[in-house]
Design a binder for this molecule. Structure first.
Ligand code: SF4
Length: 300
């Protein structure tokens, strides 16, 4: 008989206590930008948007437990008023993270907002190149790197490791961001994440410690190992590099993990039309269990 459990971020065996929920919510409005390699526009067209339904779900999150809410896109900064409303309807026990492309026409207003809203813990921004000219080939209208110096919350820069890499690839990207991050040494949750391509990740390679990526990263002078965290669906190596925090993150493409008869759930995904799922492919396996056991302290 299938059993469900809530996966922990760090312990592969134990459930997370005290419970906290994780909710990733697509911004319920399509992005007006025109990046050539954007995959979001097609998703928004397919799913449609229903801001009212999304807000209704967020407003109904239980107030007696912690929630980690990530607002993603599309581009959440494309309508700052709607973004503010989403933050305001959440219970006071929610910490908020925002995924943004950091565009020139909205980034100043986003910075103001995250400075005003104390529940925003951090923003995450994808930048994959060794310099901004490389990033501009795939992203339109992005801010210069200097714009990140004074963001009044944590920042995570994410770079997906390409098929071909060497120690210089890692060093060049770390050196790109070092001038920014080393001016923010005390800002919690600030750092650079190298991400293994989700689509190439599976149970066979999820927890390997001697991959070519790790060897190349560790061969860069001044990179020091600082720990790791493991879970059913992810493995993160932690490093320091000349005053910067570095993560190397490997993660399965989905977060619903089946081991034997047990299905491990991690987060809810709220789509822009208000549809709620337990994974990024609109799967809602275990949703009833999640709603009654995680949100309402039912028997497990
Ligand atoms: S900013 Fe993001 S969501 Fe908008 S078009 Fe560019 S890649 Fe797509």
């Amino acid at each position: 008989m299938t059993q469900y459990r809530l996966t922990s971020r760090k312990m592969p065996i134990l459930d997370t206590y005290p419970k906290e929920s994780r909710v990733s919510v697509y911004f319920p409005k399509d992005c007006p930008n025109t990046c050539p390699f954007c995959t979001s526009r097609e998703d928004y067209r397919k799913w449609g948007v229903n801001p009212y339904k999304v807000m209704q779900f967020l407003a109904a999150l239980p107030t007696d437990m912690k929630h980690i809410v990530t607002i993603t896109g599309g581009e959440p900064a494309s309508d700052i008023n709607m973004l503010r409303d989403m933050i305001h309807v959440l219970p006071p026990t929610a910490d908020v993270y925002i995924n943004t492309t950091a565009l020139t026409n909205t980034f100043d207003r986003l910075k103001e907002l995250v400075g005003e809203e104390s529940r925003v813990q951090g923003i995450a921004v994808s930048r994959h190149g060794a310099n901004i000219a490389d990033d501009k080939l795939i992203l339109h209208g992005i801010v210069e790197d200097d714009a990140f110096k004074d963001v009044p919350c944590g920042i995570r820069i994410n770079a997906v490791v390409p098929d071909v890499f060497d120690a210089d690839y890692f060093r060049n990207i770390m050196e790109r961001w070092r001038p920014i991050f080393c001016q923010r040494p005390n800002v919690y949750k600030t750092g650079l994440t190298f991400r293994f391509d989700y689509n190439k990740c599976n149970f066979g390679n999820l927890h390997l410690l001697d991959t070519p990526e790790i060897k190349a990263l560790m061969s860069v002078p001044d990179v020091q190992y600082a720990g790791q965290s493991i879970s059913d669906y992810a493995h993160t190596m932690l490093y320091n590099y000349r005053g910067m925090r570095i993560r190397y993150h490997r993660c399965l493409p989905g977060v619903v993990v089946k081991i034997g008869d047990t299905i491990s759930l991690r987060e809810l995904v709220v789509y822009p039309d208000g549809f709620v799922a337990t994974d990024w492919d609109r799967t809602n396996v275990g949703l009833d269990w999640y709603m009654s056991n995680v949100f309402h302290n039912g028997e497990e």
